[in-house]
Design a protein around this ligand. Sequence first.
Ligand code: GLV
Length: 307
Amino acid sequence: MKVLLCGQWGADEARRWQNALAAAMPEAVWLAAEDLSAADHDIEAAVVANPAPGQLAGLPRLRLIQSLWAGVDRLLADASLPAQVPVARMVDPAMTAAMVETALWATLALHRGFFAYRQRQNEALWQVHAQRRADEIGVLVLGQGVLGRAVAARLTDQGYRVSGWQLGGVDPAEARRALDAQLPQADIVVNLLPLTPHTRDLIDARFLSRLPTGASLVNLARGAHVVDADLLAALDRGALRHAVLDVFRSEPLPPEHAFWRHPRVTVLPHAAALTDERSAAAMAVSNLRALRDGRPLANLVNRLRGY
Ligand code: GLV
C-alpha cells in the first residue's frame, strides 16, 4: 500500500513522523508530498497534519484521509478535498490523557486562585484569598466528544460540579436554550468543542454576559470559538476573572496581541495536548491496516456535520 504523508512541518518534525509511521507499518510505501511523481497515481491513503490546501486533490485511488490532528476543521475547509474519500480524525489515548491533565491543571489553578497569586507575586503582595471547596465550583465542559467526556469524568472525580453541553443530535436552537440555562451556574467553562459553522464565535459578549460574575474560561479547542474583543471587554470590566487560552484565531499568536500581556490571561502555545508520534502513529496505522484488510474504519468524520 502506498501512503502519502503530508503536513505543515519543519524538516525535523517531518522526519520524526516519517520514522514513527514507517516503523509502525514497514510494509507500506511512505511518500512525502515533495517526492510524489506521476507514477504514484496509486496512492491509497494519506496521513496528514493540516496539509496545504490542494495537496490531496488529484489522487484517483485515494480511499482514506487519516488526520494526525484531532480537530479537522482546517482540513475540511479545503474546498479541493476529494468529496467521496472518508476522513478519519486522530483519537489517541496519549493525547486524551494530556488534554485531561491540562484541563485539570487549569481548573485547579482557577478554582484555588493560583493565577491570581502569581500576579500578586509580581507585586510582592502577601495576601490570602478565600478558599472554596471543589463541590462549590460549577464547571461546564463544552463538547462531549472523546476529549470533553474524558475531561468531564476527571473533573467529576476531583469533586467539581460538572455539567456538559454539546450541539450534536439536537436542534441548534434547543441546544442554545439549554446552554443559556447552564451558563449562569458555570464558574469555569472548559471549551473542547469542534469548530463548525454552528460553534464559530459561540463565546461572544452574549455568552459571556450569562456567566456568573468572576467566572473563568479555559479554551482548549479553537481560537475561532471566541470573539477576542468580547473576551477582552469582559476581562477588563472584571465580569470575567481569568482566561486560560491555548488556541487563537491566528497562530502563532502575534506578538502585539493584547492576550500576551493581559494580567488576567494565561497564554499557552497550542500545547494543551500535542499529538504524540509514538502513540498517534500506531492509531493511524491501525486504520490503514483496517482499510487494507477491508475492516471498518475507526473515528470517521461526518463531513456534513464537520467533525
Ligand atoms: C490539535 O489542536 C488537534 O486538533 O489535534
